[in-house]
Design a binder for this molecule. Sequence first.
Ligand code: SAM
Length: 246
Amino acid sequence: MKLKKNNMLSERINDIDHEIEEIIFRLKPTEDRLQLLKQISKDFREKRRVTDYQIDHVFPQDVAKKSHPHWTPSEVATRALELLDTNDKSNVLDVGSGCGKFCIIAGLYSKGNFVGIEHRKHLFDIAQQIANDFQVTNVSFVHGDLRNIDWTIYNCFYLFNPFYENVMGPSFWIDDTLPINEDLFETYVKSVIDKLKTVKIGTRVVTYHGFGGNFPPDFICMIKEFIWSGPLELWVKVHPDQILQN
Ligand SMILES: C[S@@+](CC[C@H](N)C(=O)[O-])C[C@H]1O[C@@H](n2cnc3c(N)ncnc32)[C@H](O)[C@@H]1O
């Protein structure tokens, strides 16, 4: 009960924060889009804070409007990247990349190769366009279903509760361009679990608000923290001997 109250309070504080950011942004003289892209890019690369209002502003308005609750908040993205601890050798898959917000932040903020898979074609197109606008070279997108690609080539994964809309009413849906239903939720979650069974030991997985299922037993939760509206978790795949020791 107390936790629920704290979560509600934290969500309300985030909303107020967002409203303040929006007012500050509106009061500033209008920068042109190129200038804004350059500034955001510089700030992420130099590890300065970029607000959601700033980054969401570079996306088409109808997509930006869906930022809360569908796209990863800027502060959550940078913390998730710290947990993934990426370097030049990291190959990261964002499972359900939406408009590309997480991958684009990742490409600007961290080292590594970032790939987003997204089954909505129009979001995939936007992600490619915005990545191109930012001229990020370590980010790419695939249009398709997460079930149809090889997960074994990646050593890091990020999942922001990708299937949740399947168990929610239409007011929560991103849109109705693809089928949405509870059976699909079960199918996608099962597929993630099966895919995670195929990845290498040492693979790091960060979830925000979980992914709807339980990790296979050879994954250990190393870190769990509460940020913005929910839990951010780091899971690492370990050798079976290490599970017995724990
Ligand atoms: C909550 S959004 C997260 C977007 C992005 N990862 C971010 O953090 O900003 C989840 C995305 O997963 C996509 N998605 C859901 N099921 C999928 C599937 N089976 N294959 C590919 N993409 C999927 C949805 O279309 C949606 O854009």
